[in-house]
Design a protein around this ligand. Structure first.
Ligand code: AMP
Ligand code: MG
Length: 404
């Protein structure tokens, strides 16, 4: 058995980024840019007002109150063609270009005015409420550095930079093959001792949420021939993920079935709980990740290995899942030699640190507990027992704002 970290290293070594495509920015959320992006425009293009008020010369408002003559008006999208001279002001609105000669904005609230003149009641330093040209970004500078997964904020920035299209990695296609004589699809006729296949739906949803495409190959019966045939239908996928059949039972047939098709096993079995029977290898150059059949094990292994692998496939550094410190709401017994990822709920926050309670039931088949969990509590191999209140590390599961 190898460690979680060793397994992750081995997976990343073997993954090559997929090719690229050009997409409009309104379809680019979560996609990964492959080249640095340079603004095609300076923003703001010229000095602009940040407020509704009056454009003045700072020297004219050194002593207040002072009354100035209103010589014009300019709103966003407009233009004042003249030049402001000593003793003059121009009525101005947010986003309007600063008239020539003016260098300062007096906000409306600091004035009294009628049609012809304005009395400035508060002084203002030169440049107050003026957004100088290029404040946000300048044409030709670097706007976004590749590789980068685009967030909603990035999409806004790209639009402002006048970039309507971007070159991104295409979405990796991940083929999912479930295995097991006991499995039927949701909604199909189901026998007394059968179970509904949930694993491929769960992991397919994780893949889609991570910005890749899940290709469901269906359920292979527990025969070498069926596994081989269905796996062959995934040749064009960027990675094949098998679910179940990777353990040591008589019905665990992934390895024997694919051996004759050239499967090269890199490693098999990791010192972790849940998820021991994880396998990684190459099937004639196609990366193959063999996940355990139990849904909780499959999900945890996907979080630790598959999602980072998806990052590697789009040319991003393969990150580990984010971890946070938390405190235990109860005593915790010592761990054995397998790294642990236990389902837990966050029951409160003390001094800014989440307080977590492990679910009593940690069976790796239990989807109800997995769905209820707020986080996974991590345990190092052979970690000693911990008292209530001790600090432990968690992987939060409710981080829904990754692409914000
Ligand atoms: P296996 O690795 O094939 O021995 O599967 C381990 C356990 O996970 C067994 O109890 C299977 O019934 C269950 N299992 C395997 N595949 C799935 C699946 N796609 N959905 C739900 N449970 C599964
Ligand atoms: Mg099975």
């Amino acid at each position: 058995m190898i460690s979680v970290d060793e397994a992750r290293e081995k997976i990343f070594q073997d993954l090559i980024p997929v090719g690229t495509e050009v997409v409009p920015i309104n379809a680019a959320l979560g996609r990964v840019i492959v080249e640095d992006i340079h603004p095609r425009r300076t923003q703001p293009p010229t000095d602009m007002s940040a407020m509704d008020g009056f454009a003045v010369r700072a020297v004219d408002v050194k002593t207040v109150p002072v009354t100035l003559k209103i010589v014009g008006e300019v709103a966003a999208g407009g233009c004042f063609t003249g030049v402001i001279k000593t003793g003059e002001a121009v009525r101005i609105f947010t986003g309007a270009p600063l008239p020539a000669g003016a260098d300062t904005i007096i906000i409306q609230e600091d004035t009294e005015f009628d049609a012809g003149q304005v009395t400035v009641k508060e002084e203002a330093a030169k440049g107050t409420y003026v957004r100088p040209a290029g404040l946000d970004f300048k044409e030709g500078q670097i706007g976004l550095v590749a590789p980068r997964r685009l967030t909603a904020r990035d999409i806004g920035l790209l639009a402002a930079m006048n970039i309507p299209w971007v070159t991104v990695r295409r979405k990796p296609v991940i083929a999912l093959l479930s295995t097991g004589d006991e499995l039927v699809r949701p909604g199909e006729p189901v026998g007394e001792s059968q179970i509904i296949s949930s694993n491929s739906l769960l992991i397919g949803a994780m893949i889609e949420a991570a910005g890749a495409t899940a290709l469901d190959l269906g359920i292979a019966r527990d025969t070498e021939a069926d596994i081989r045939e269905k796996a062959r239908s995934a040749r064009s996928a960027d990675m094949l993920v098998t679910l179940g059949g990777a353990s040591v039972g008589d019905h665990d047939l992934i390895q024997p079935a694919l051996a004759s098709d050239g499967l090269n096993v890199d490693f098999w079995r990791i010192a972790m709980r849940p998820g021991k029977p994880l396998m990684f290898g190459q099937l004639k150059g196609q990366p193959l990740l063999g996940l355990p059949g139990n849904p909780v094990s499959g999900m945890v292994c996907s979080l630790l290995f598959l999602l980072p692998a998806l990052n590697a496939l789009v040319g991003l550094p393969p990150q580990r899942p984010p971890q946070l410190p938390a405190r235990l709401a109860h005593d915790l017994k010592a761990n054995d030699q397998r790294e642990g990822y236990m389902r837990a709920e966050i029951i409160g926050v003390e001094n800014g640190t989440p307080v977590v309670r492990l679910f009593d039931r940690q069976d790796s088949s239990m989807l109800s507990v997995l769905a209820a969990a707020d986080c996974l509590v991590m345990r190092k191999p052979l970690a000693s027992a911990l008292p209530k209140g001790a600090e432990i590390m968690i992987i939060p599961l409710r981080d829904t704002y990754q692409t914000l």
